[in-house]
Ligand binder design. Sequence first.
Ligand code: SF4
Length: 163
Amino acid sequence: MHKILVSGCLNGRPIRFNSTKVSVESDIWDRWESEGRLVAFCPELAAGFPVPRPPAEIVDSTASLVLGGRGRVEEDNGTDVTDLFVAGARLAADRAAAEGCVIAVLTDGSPSCGTTYTYDGTFSGGTVEGMGVTAQLLADQGLRVFPEDRLEEADRYLRSLGE
Ligand code: SF4
């Protein structure tokens, strides 16, 4: 059975930087859960960040540049947390591989988990198209990544793969 790596904060745990979770109310999600497909994982907690933690953004770069050692992630106080974000991404990729995950459904906008957009590095609420560091690494390793508001699309793709 194909499994799905999902952001830990989508699965009921208030672990985002500001101690909140993201609610997903969907029959598709409930079915995936009853089928035992969901593998919940938070790359930032896995890397050692606490809850709560300062907001962080990809600054003057992209997730691909961060993964290639030529970009950075900073907290809003200027602390460089690039290495921890890359470490979290690698741990997520390891977990996805160990569990046999073929897709990931991740919280959009996060500097780790964003799949269609992230914040623009100015800490002013602006956004840019692109992925977070974990989402980018998962995509680079062949997983299809979806934001949490595209469950029907994710489910169609999963069904196209067969059981
Ligand atoms: Fe959720 Fe991902 Fe942020 Fe963890 S890193 S709190 S899983 S969005």
